[in-house]
Design a protein around this ligand. Structure first.
Ligand SMILES: Nc1nc2c(c(=O)[nH]1)N[C@H]1C(S)=C(S)[C@@H](COP(=O)(O)OP(=O)(O)OC[C@H]3O[C@@H](n4cnc5c(=O)[nH]c(N)nc54)[C@H](O)[C@@H]3O)O[C@H]1N2
Ligand SMILES: Nc1nc2c(c(=O)[nH]1)N[C@H]1C(S)=C(S)[C@@H](COP(=O)(O)OP(=O)(O)OC[C@H]3O[C@@H](n4cnc5c(=O)[nH]c(N)nc54)[C@H](O)[C@@H]3O)O[C@H]1N2
Ligand code: SF4
Ligand SMILES: [Mo]
Length: 876
């Protein structure tokens, strides 16, 4: 209870791998109030901007509510019989490997368990892979090589207790905001040093003591330098090294590794190595700048080598900590969702492991070789080897590298099933059969976060329409394929008990993952389950891994791997002179199917963009707000230019989020090459090559509307606002009659128009009214238009004299673009308040405006803004 009298239910945030606990209070009308759970060990009550805005994403407007076959609504029985029949017939005709499942680190463990059991156990193919291949595969491979198991030794408490935290290829401030706030709190309490290793300056650098802007892909060389420094400096832990093998070869590889490609000043490298060497309590947090690389597994092992040779692992305040991206990325690894794994950290390629799982499931022989990994899987779809494909809880037509080819492959696949909560995704639009899944707040199950804590997700809203949980859909298809008994599950709790029991067998075989202590939970106990971090038994020292020097390799020793630096696979060349880095924004989640529903979240950065260094912009004659064409060997995109020295010369950065639904010309993965790490199979999403040129449009526009618009220009980008929609537009062909065009755009042939047209200058300003209410406004100019976008975005629905001029009326202050999403505080308001009240700290801004006091995600940007205002004032 929170004082309002209505009951709250504990659950888990469905976004990132921090795995924050939330308290949910339904309002009885489909809505939901959300706050952080003060008792959850991941967040102790904190939430970031995305978690705080969850209530804005539970509406049903965009939901898929009935099964659909060939575009027509149908019932479950018809749809699932079709799925079962087509899979059965395809397998009978072409063998088990002609079928594939492509699943997701956002599925619950129970969903994942059923999908894996059906494909590996009963269809008899290992062709089940997950979007975790694009995300965690290199960490998995690195851990298995070093530890003999995919064990993440670190915990969140280690961040609290560390004296140095190194962020490698991690923009923690935006991607794991609550952990970042935890790090800043520790820094305040104990002066924790922070080092960021990232070719790009990010929000995570704002508080850092050191930012090492290395050359993309050179992390192995940097950590090899660290290894050598540790050795030369006598900082090795000889006792701990006895628990490892491979020292000489690893050291030799480090010594032979040329240091040239790091691209950092020698003094900076030396300072970093010295700091690392003299600090006992070091936590190295790493993420996609490490994993998404053709040397991803080697990067992981280069980091692990340094922790192992210094014994800085498994002890409080020390260790490598690979942070997981998706809410159940870790659970998916535990449950064996990848094509080269079995359930419960058992290995597909180990005959003993296969036989235990086969016996437990009562299945036929399990596949002996790994199935197709994501990139190869979609290639096999493309060349016709895979003839029946089921995509669950992921949007590969957007998020896979070489996304245009992936989209075409899915479209051409003889039989594609997509399970999603909405039909409005690039992938769902390609499905032969579309299955409505229940969404986050409507379903029960478990997820595991970055520090191995298993938390319950709990149902608080009714399933809308005919939507069903993913596990339930999968299990029924299993039954309809003839495997009645083994897919006869009545509840999530039943699945969880079976899974926990299997993990006990894995534990008996000496594996790390054993949650069999939970295998006898009653339904009630499962429902009440509090967050549990494994190992559940305290037999290992303090419930920690590796402090005792015991690893999961055959001889119990860790492996030090000889690794040397390799540059990214794609090489820049005169035709493609720029290196394209991609990643995430603070307030959007992946392909935006949920976060884009929130006006607050959409206000932070409302349009896709590319960051370009000022020198490159000058060379290419690009000005701020120009549109830019990016061309790679695989595809093309049009994005808005942001000119900033946060990126290096010759490098550009673009966000991954925009799709055919929100900005069709900005699907960045259309450009990304599908080059993969040879060990992990993870694609190099951060180091493609592109050419850049200004996109010269005949006209540029900005529109706000109450209702969805009919968008079709060469460039458009759509976002939600509190009163409807906003869109950026541009086109290469001149428009003869803007009033006709406006009526078409707003789908309002009879609306009353008020317009200001200047054909000679190429300007048009048109406001549309229906029944006396403004329903839309369009602004067009021959150059990128300068109107008060953020002010205008608040308009539709009301009438205002300001609309036609595109300027804020004199009596209304323009708040500027939203910086604090939680309280909707804009840049202009913050600047004015800093200036008029003489504020000198982020805390004072919070006290004056509320900004930054809820989730804290915007605090780095507030600090940056404060610095800039103060610097400007000092200069004046
Ligand atoms: N707001 C938000 N948060 C999210 C998500 C989201 O969509 N939105 N998604 C979640 C998921 S699934 C994931 S996997 C995580 C990802 O979390 P992060 O990995 O932190 O996020 P990214 O922005 O993908 O990439 C991190 C950084 O890697 C850097 N980088 C690129 N190349 C290199 C290199 O060669 N070396 C090094 N050292 N760095 C490099 C990039 O410049 C980028 O700043 O975020 C999770 N959290
Ligand atoms: N260029 C580039 N590409 C990248 C990355 C990058 O850094 N750069 N990062 C990669 C990484 S790390 C990741 S994790 C991927 C993420 O990429 P995706 O997994 O493709 O992206 P999401 O938008 O999370 O897709 C989730 C889908 O599941 C649907 N959904 C939501 N809830 C449910 C549910 O309960 N059941 C079902 N069945 N469906 C549901 C959503 O509507 C959405 O369509 O992108 C990868 N692609
Ligand atoms: S940090 Fe934010 S997105 Fe991640 S789990 Fe917590 S509230 Fe959700
Ligand atoms: Mo991810």
């Amino acid at each position: 209870m929170d004082g309002s009298g209505l009951p709250e239910t504990r659950s888990t945030c469905p976004y990132c791998g921090v795995g924050c606990g939330v308290l949910l209070r339904p309002d009885g009308q489909g809505g939901l109030a959300v706050r952080g759970d003060p008792e959850h060990p991941a967040n102790f009550g904190r939430l970031c901007s995305k978690g705080s805005a969850l209530g804005e994403t539970v509406g049903l407007g965009h939901r898929l509510l009935t099964p659909r076959v060939a575009g027509k609504d149908t019932d479950w029985s018809g749809a699932l019989q079709l799925v079962a029949d087509r899979f059965t017939r395809t397998i009978a005709a072409h063998g088990p490997d002609s079928a594939a499942f492509y699943v997701s680190g956002q599925m619950l463990t129970e969903d994942y368990y059923i999908a894996n059991k059906l494909m590996k156990g009963f269809i008899g193919s290992a062709n089940i892979d997950t979007n975790s291949r694009l995300c965690m595969a290199s960490s998995v491979a690195g851990h298995k090589r070093a530890f003999g198991s995919d064990t993440v030794p670190g915990t969140y408490e280690d961040i609290d207790a560390a004296d140095l935290v190194v962020l490698v290829g991690s923009n923690l401030a935006w991607c794991h905001p609550v952990l970042y706030q935890r790090l800043l709190a520790a820094r305040k309490a104990r002066g924790t040093r922070i080092v960021v290793i990232d070719p790009r300056r990010t929000a995570s650098c704002d508080e850092a003591d050191m930012h090492l802007a290395l050359q993309p892909g050179s992390d192995v060389a940097l950590f090899n330098r660290l290894f050598i420094t540790l050795w030369q400096g006598g900082a090795l832990d000889k006792d701990f090294i006895r628990h490892t093998t491979g020292f000489d070869a690893a050291l030799q590889a480090a010594q032979n590794d040329p240091s040239a490609p790091i691209g950092l000043a020698e003094a900076d490298i030396a300072a970093f190595c010295a700091l690392w060497m003299r600090t006992e309590k070091v936590v190295t947090i790493y993420s996609q700048g490490v994993n998404q690389s053709t040397s991803g597994a080697d990067k992981v092992n280069a980091i692990l080598n340094c922790h192992l040779v210094t014994g800085r692992i498994g002890k409080p305040g020390c260790g490598p900590l690979s942070v997981t991206g998706q809410p159940n990325a870790m659970g998916g690894r535990e449950v064996g969702g990848l094509a080269n794994m079995l359930a419960c950290h058992l290995d597909l390629e180990n005959a003993d492991h296969r036989s235990v799982v086969r016996g437990f499931w009562g299945s036929g022989p399990l596949p002996e070789a790994p199935g197709l990994k994501a990139v190869d899987m979609f290639r096999a779809v493309g060349d016709g080897r895979i003839k029946a494909l089921w995509i669950i809880h992921t949007n590969p037509a957007v998020s896979m590298p070489e996304a245009d080819a992936v989209r075409d492959a899915i479209a051409a696949c003889p039989f594609t099933v997509v399970s999603d909560i909405t039909d409005q995704t690039d992938t769902a639009r390609l499905a032969d059969v579309l299955l409505p899944a229940t969404a986050w707040a409507e379903k029960d199950g478990t997820v595991t976060n970055s520090d191995r804590t298993i938390s319950r997700q709990r149902r608080v809203l009714p399933a809308p329409g005919q939507a069903r949980p993913d596990w339930d859909i999968l299990a029924e298809v299993g039954r309809r394929m003839g495997f009645e008994a083994v897919f006869d599950f009545a509840s999530e709790a039943e699945i969880f008990r079976e899974y926990a029991t299997l993990s006990g067998l894995a534990g008996q075989m000496g594996r790390d993952f054993d949650i069999s202590a939970l295998s006898t939970l009653s339904d009630v106990a499962y429902n009440d389950l509090s967050p549990q971090r494994w190992p559940l038994t305290r037999a290992r020292s303090g419930g920690r891994f590796f402090a005792d020097g015991q690893f999961f390799t055959p001889d119990g020793k860790a492996r030090l791997l000889p690794v040397s630096c390799r540059p990214p696979a794609a090489r820049t060349e005169p035709r493609y002179p720029f290196r394209l880095n991609t990643g995430r924004l603070r307030d959007q989640w992946h392909t935006m199917t949920r976060t884009a529903l929130s006006p607050r979240l959409s206000a932070h950065l409302a349009e896709p963009f590319v960051d370009i260094h000022p020198q490159d912009a000058e060379r290419l004659s690009l000005a701020r707000s120009d549109l830019v064409t990016l061309q790679s060997p695989h595809g093309r995109a049009i994005l808005r230019a942001r000119i900033t020295d946060a990126v290096q010369v010759g490098q550009v950065f673009a966000p991954m989020h925009w799709t055919g639904e929100t900005a069709p010309s900005a699907r960045i993965d259309a450009l990304v090459a599908a080059a993969c790490d040879p060990v992990s199979g993870q694609p190099e999403s951060k180091a493609s090559v592109v050419a850049l040129a200004r996109f010269d449009a005949a006209w540029y526009g900005f529109a706000v509307a109450r209702d969805p618009m009919v968008l079709s220009s060469d460039y458009w980008a759509l976002a939600r606002t509190s009163r409807g929609y906003r869109a950026e537009l541009a086109g290469v062909r001149a428009i003869a009659d803007w009033e006709v065009e406006a009526r078409r755009l707003f789908g309002a042939p009879d609306a009353r128009l008020v317009s200001m047209l200047d054909a000679k200058a190429g300007n048009a300003r048109i406001v549309l009214y229906q029944d006396g209410v403004m329903i839309g406004a369009l602004f067009v100019a021959a150059t990128p238009v300068a109107v008060m976008r953020d002010y205008l975005a608040t308009l539709p629905g009301t009438d205002s004299a300001g609309a036609i001029t595109g300027r804020t009326p004199p009596d209304v202050a323009d708040p500027g673009s939203v910086l604090c999403s939680c309280f909707g505080v804009g840049v202009n308001s913050i600047v004015t308040t800093i200036e008029t009240q003489g504020l000198i700290s982020v805390e004072q801004i919070g006290a004056a405006l509320g900004a930054g006091t809820n989730c804290g995600s915007c605090r780095p940007e507030l600090a940056d803004l404060l610095n800039r205002v103060r610097a400007r004032e000092a200069a004046e």
